[in-house]
Design a protein around this ligand. Sequence first.
Ligand code: CP
Length: 322
Amino acid sequence: MTSQLHPDGTLRHLLTLEGLDRRFIEGLIERAQGYLRPRDSAPARSNALANVTVANLFFEPSTRTRASFELAAMRLGAEVISLDLHLSSRAKGESMLDTIHTLAAMGIDVFVVRDAGPGVPQFVAENLDSPTSVLNAGEAHLSHPTQGLLDAFTIIRHKGRLEGQVITIVGDIRHSRVARSAVQAFSTLGADDLRLVAPAELMPDAHEFAGCQRFEDLDAALPGADVVMMLRIQKERMTGADIPDAAAYFKRFGLSAERLGRARPDAMVMHPGPMNRGVEIAEDVADGRQSVIREQVTNGVALRMAVLEAVGGAIIRSRRPT
Ligand code: CP
């Protein structure tokens, strides 16, 4: 696999959290912390990415990740373009590689890539010259590294650390790149009581998620939980017959206020979005006092600023003076 680091140890690509060590992840979270501002203040801005060009290539729908990468890049002073798959020449049959080389020829420095196919961000990274960077913005069911980082960042802001936290992750874990990246981040940062809750057909294969406890009964996985992370059913990765009935699913796996009462009184409720209210989470829980769902979105911009700044350093150092 392509190395994610430059020879000097700085970040070149962010393709996966696998293999990134604790200090590295803590460093990114610390940088993100520096980009947060009080709600009634102007957003943090800098010129850290002046003369750097970022391209958002989202070949799958997105609201949060795409908008937050765009805002993060703009707030760092970068030039930003966002390509819409349906309006790009890929819809006319152009290969991914030709699209990438076309954009690289225009001086793109950072490619932010989301694709439903496994291995696409790695493939793009393998085909670009240094110091051009690739940031994985969601890869099939496999990886969503900036989401894992922003989730860890959000927990740290509330609980101070990951060590000792009981984290219950509920829903369609089999198809969830969010769960995979979150568990990688949480484990690297010291969490060791991770509970997965899903119906048998939405539970990942046994060789995955080593060290996590598995439950089919949500009520049994909530006592003692400091964090309850809800996930939506990823219908786009299922055939029609596999999709559970929404009402029956909510009854067994939906987070109602009554159910949340089984977790610790200060338990945080998280959801990466998009939410399906009334399917995996009740309205009053999604909007309730324990919910940090909107805060996750806010933290996502700061975290993505930190990641962009980290890859921007080598790009800026590589510039020949004009
Ligand atoms: N959490 C997340 O990836 O949301 P979007 O699909 O809206 O980007």
